[in-house]
Unconditional design. Sequence first.
Length: 290
Amino acid sequence: MNRDKSINLSFARLKEYFWYGETDLAIFRDYPCRLEGGVAFFCIAGKATLCYGVGEHRITQNTESFLLPGMTFYMKNMSDDFSVRLFTFSGELFDDVNVGLDFSVNEYLRRVPFYTYTEKNAAYMSETFTWYDMAKLLSKNTGSKSFPLMQRNFLQSYLTYLFECIRLKLDSESLKLTRKRELFYQFMSLLSKHCREQRNVRFYAEKLHITTNYLCKITRESIPCKSPKDLIDQHFILEIKTLLQSPKLSISEISCRLDFPNESYFCRYFRRLVGMSPQSYRMTKINRYQ
């Protein structure tokens, strides 16, 4: 299989119903993107660090990932030989086939979207390659009249298979998950949903029915040296960066959309946390692959 250059993996493709390819994901290096659709990929060579929300994960050969629609991610670094097999699908399609699947598994995927295969589970890895081979075959039939039905059936079957595999990990992990850890994951889930409109620690504490001091305690136990406000700001900055990468939105429009009192305050906030103005950041990113 010939390896596609990352330039061929455009952001527009993530809005399509289905796409398959092999890529180095370099287009996402230090380029935060909120996924409108979902992405499944399998690392076939090299190493990389992928950041999702405020977390990050080291990807090595034989790591599989499933990134759900709505997640914000970017590549922090990667080796020269890094390469993945990948297919994408729209958020609309995911919502359509996800009805009836276990909500707890969805939550598990949001907080643990990676799995690295070892020699002990080589049989499962072989089955995974079969799914990606089917995705490749399906991508060659996009012009077929029956393609909408085929791609829906494929994703539904893949998700059912994936979720059944995850149930085993979910059952074993649930025994180890403490109440504090559970609350932390709930906080991260709320942060992903509400960070654009809510940046107050009290809002998240009240949603979790705990005090702000207790939220601070469980956050610092999960991520040392980080407070809830640190994570809120970190997540919010990622959201701002994704908006700045759209040339259709002015700085003023972004400031208004994110409910800042004025553009000046917005610019000071961004500069304090990023070290440059929103306009400077936009100029360094917006035309990088044009």
